[in-house]
Design a protein around this ligand. Structure first.
Ligand SMILES: NC(=O)C1=CN([C@@H]2O[C@H](COP(=O)(O)OP(=O)(O)OC[C@H]3O[C@@H](n4cnc5c(N)ncnc54)[C@H](OP(=O)(O)O)[C@@H]3O)[C@@H](O)[C@H]2O)C=CC1
Ligand SMILES: O=CC(=O)O
Length: 387
């Protein structure tokens, strides 16, 4: 049976890089009897001795079709293999599983939480609209009726919320996440917000004695479903180390970028580029049609050359048909453009192209396209919508 070794895509960055390599060597000899694809990759060799979290180790039980393979690892090693999704838990050294909370079950939060559940993690969910919890509860999730109850019940809690305002409300509002936090717990905000918001939430979380990590994701609905997200993290390094096994279930890459605010900034810059790319792609599609070319052929031509991008190949064919099935809501793309422009203004960086693209997203929103996919921005360039 072919193995896809997810570990090959991993980025263990910054100060942990060299020590990770050293640790990898340790783990390889520790598990020398294993075939290479099954060798564990270290989560961290520089695991702080006095870190505030329950020390943990990973245990993986693998049951492929032949049902013949069974491996168990201790000592901070994580096994990467496609079979990992069968059963997987991260345990504290006292033998209890690290319990995971998940707040916000929209387009992104639902598949992310589902991947944790499918992997065998002990997951407790909450969402403002309770009905979105039900499919996850039927898959084995526990449910609590407020963010406070989730964080009180869980060791680490992830939050995937729409925008800065609701990220603050869920964290710091009445019966918010902060009220259930305390020493030894961690809060990981994976929403896309600005650095100021992230620092505000971090301040409240840390005042409770808990740890904070911002970890916005790059990648949309499908990568979320496939566990192929890219995490852009910043904040408490020990929490980063602790939650890395969970990030690796939900994603394919993770970057640790230092101080709170850096992850948010990286995410906003990436999405500023993405939003501008989509806007100019839209102009190209419409221009090609106006001059008598087939826009589908333009999509194909673009896919062959230096400016090819998965986004164009993925969205182009449906844009040509004026179809915009929502993966990344347009209102969130415009929010990200707005926040990125604020970031640019804060350091006096000119961003005229992105500013123009932002205007286009605002026009699209004003025409009722907020909940369509962001590729619907093309509609803002069509005469009938503009008039
Ligand atoms: N979709 C995508 O492709 C990607 C999105 N992102 C970012 O991830 C975040 C979530 O995106 P996505 O899942 O697409 O968004 P959705 O709009 O699908 O989900 C938003 C979530 O926020 C909750 N929410 C909104 N307002 C409030 C509030 N006032 N109080 C409590 N909860 C609230 C919603 O609850 P309810 O169900 O009750 O409405 C829902 O759980 C955003 O920051 C987005 O920019 C990042 C990468 C990719
Ligand atoms: O934020 C959106 C994405 O696709 O990434």
């Amino acid at each position: 049976m072919p193995l896809l070794l997810k570990a090959s895509n991993r980025h263990l960055l910054s100060s942990s890089s060299s020590s990770s390599i050293a640790s990898m060597a340790t783990c390889s000899s520790f598990c020398a009897q294993l075939p290479i694809p099954f060798r564990p990759v270290p989560i961290s060799s520089s695991f702080p001795t006095n870190q505030p979290f329950k020390p943990f180790s990973a245990q993986a039980s693998i049951s492929p079709a032949s049902d013949e393979l069974f491996f168990m690892y201790k000592k901070k090693c994580l096994l990467y293999s496609p079979y990992l999704t069968k059963t997987f838990s991260v345990f504290a050294d006292d033998g209890s599983p690290i319990t995971v909370g998940f707040l916000g079950l929209g387009i992104m939060g639902s598949p992310m939480a589902l991947n944790l559940i499918k992997s065998g993690c002990d997951v407790t969910v909450w969402n403002r609209t309770k009905s979105k919890c039900d499919p996850l509860i039927s898959m084995g999730a526990k449910y609590k009726s407020s963010p406070e109850e989730v964080t009180a019940a869980c060791d680490v809690t992830f939050a995937m919320l729409a925008d800065p305002e609701c990220a603050v409300e869920v964290a710091c509002g009445n019966h918010g996440a902060v009220s259930g936090m305390g020493p030894g717990k961690g809060y990981v905000d994976v929403s896309t917000v600005d650095g100021g918001t992230s620092k505000l939430i971090s301040g409240h979380i840390k005042a409770s004695g808990a740890s904070f990590l911002e970890a916005p994701v790059s990648g949309s609905k499908k990568p979320a479903e496939d566990g192929q997200l890219i995490f852009l993290t910043a904040g408490d390094k020990s929490l980063y180390e602790t939650v890395s096994p969970f990030l690796d279930i939900m994603g394919k890459s993770r970057f640790y970028l230092g101080e709170v605010g850096n992850g948010a900034a990286m995410k906003l810059i990436v999405n500023m580029i993405m939003g501008s790319m989509m806007a100019t792609f839209s102009e190209g599609l419409l221009l090609s049609e106006k001059v008598g070319l087939d826009p589908s052929v333009l999509v194909e031509v673009v896919s062959k050359g230096a400016i090819s991008a998965p986004m164009y190949a993925l969205k182009g064919p449906s844009m040509v048909k004026s179809l915009y099935p929502t993966a990344f809501p347009l209102k969130h793309q415009q929010k990200d453009m707005r926040l990125a422009l604020g970031l640019a203004e804060s350091v006096s960086q000119p961003t005229p192209i992105s500013a123009a693209a932002n205007e286009l997203y605002k026009v699209a929103k004003s025409h009722g396209l907020s909940d369509s996919d962001f590729s619907a921005v093309i509609e803002a360039l069509k005469g009938k919508v503009q008039s």
